[in-house]
Design a protein around this ligand. Sequence first.
Ligand code: NAD
Ligand code: TDX
Length: 343
Amino acid sequence: MRTILVTGGAGFIGANFVRMLIERGEDVKLVVLDKLTYAGNLGNINDLLASQPERLVFVKGDICDGDVVQAMFDDHGCREVVHFAAESHVDRSILSSSPFIQTNVVGTQVLLDVAKSKNAERFVHVSTDEVYGSLPEDKPEIKFAEETPMAPNSPYSASKAASDCLVRAYFHTFHMPVMMTRCSNNYGPYQFPEKALPLFITNLMQGMKIPLYGDGLNIRDWLYVEDHCQAIWTVLNKGKAGEVYNIGGNNEMTNRAIVDTILREMGSNWDDGVQYVKDRPGHDRRYAIDAGKIKRELGWEPRHRFHTAIKKTIQWYKDHQDWWRAIKNGEYLKYYQTQYAGR
Ligand code: NAD
Ligand code: TDX
């Protein structure tokens, strides 16, 4: 049985990754290291921690703490790493960038150093398409390729780009078996309701409006989270050391089109359900991924179609109101007030 360290496994994508591998019975033991920041939620994996204690272990800790990370290898026997842990919300990085530099840059460096000293066998660094910057909306033929130069525009994407540089350097200098993935926007169960899709869906369920930034014509490439998790598993198993793999849904949509779909599915309309608000500073106009390399070289492509997966996602938030109502409380309300009041 392989023993894999999963950082950030109590967050949105990390928890979906853990759930996928454990539920389908992969021959793995997963050790989740998570600081449980505002975005981490043990409730995302609690049932599996209770039912599969020999295959899933949780440690509360910070990836910036070298001793804690070392114990993952020495005490828990981890030999491979999938690195999800990060500060991940662009708007929060605009409010305050320092936690982003600490976790995303320093934390990744600590993790790389320990993994190097322990001769980790495989290391997947989960990154983002946002490191490439923004694409023009009037040139649909241009997409991000792995060779596209990095040009990050937000403190969040700048911190992710810095971590990508470190990962690249540890391959080049130390020949570490590291791989990097750069994925487009995810959606699905367990996504923290500060991100656009769960925010829009749960606001409507609370009788509140969708706050749509600017003219609502920014474009993102939406990927169902399960497809992303399968891509990461594929890279961990078949990826080549030192390589970058772009991951995308081949599903570019404007925010207006996303909102339109959600309104229709939830029986609302533009007048009752949407409020245009002041734009995000530095708001990237368009992201689009060319995911040809991972398809050609590793045989991965997305399986879920947006129109069915978004229905499934909306249904999940309808069926799990306790989950998101508990989050949309306390600290969250303070954040919401700071982020949206007066916009
Ligand atoms: P998330 O914010 O939902 O979860 C992040 C997790 O990391 C949380 O559980 C949090 O507690 C944990 N964490 C934060 N700081 C930590 C620290 N110092 N030590 C240990 N744990 C810490 O994020 P997500 O949306 O699941 O994203 C996961 C990864 O995927 C991130 O690296 C992000 O950059 C990347 N990514 C996300 C998307 C997306 O659409 N959500 C797209 C592409 C790439
Ligand atoms: O209230 C909102 N109103 C709005 O119009 C919010 C929160 C967002 N938006 C817009 C901004 C974006 O154009 O919706 C789009 C999606 O926004 P986010 O969910 O914040 O995602 P984005 O900024 O595109 O970044 C996401 O994808 C890449 C993740 O949060 C990152 O972690 C990932 O790296």
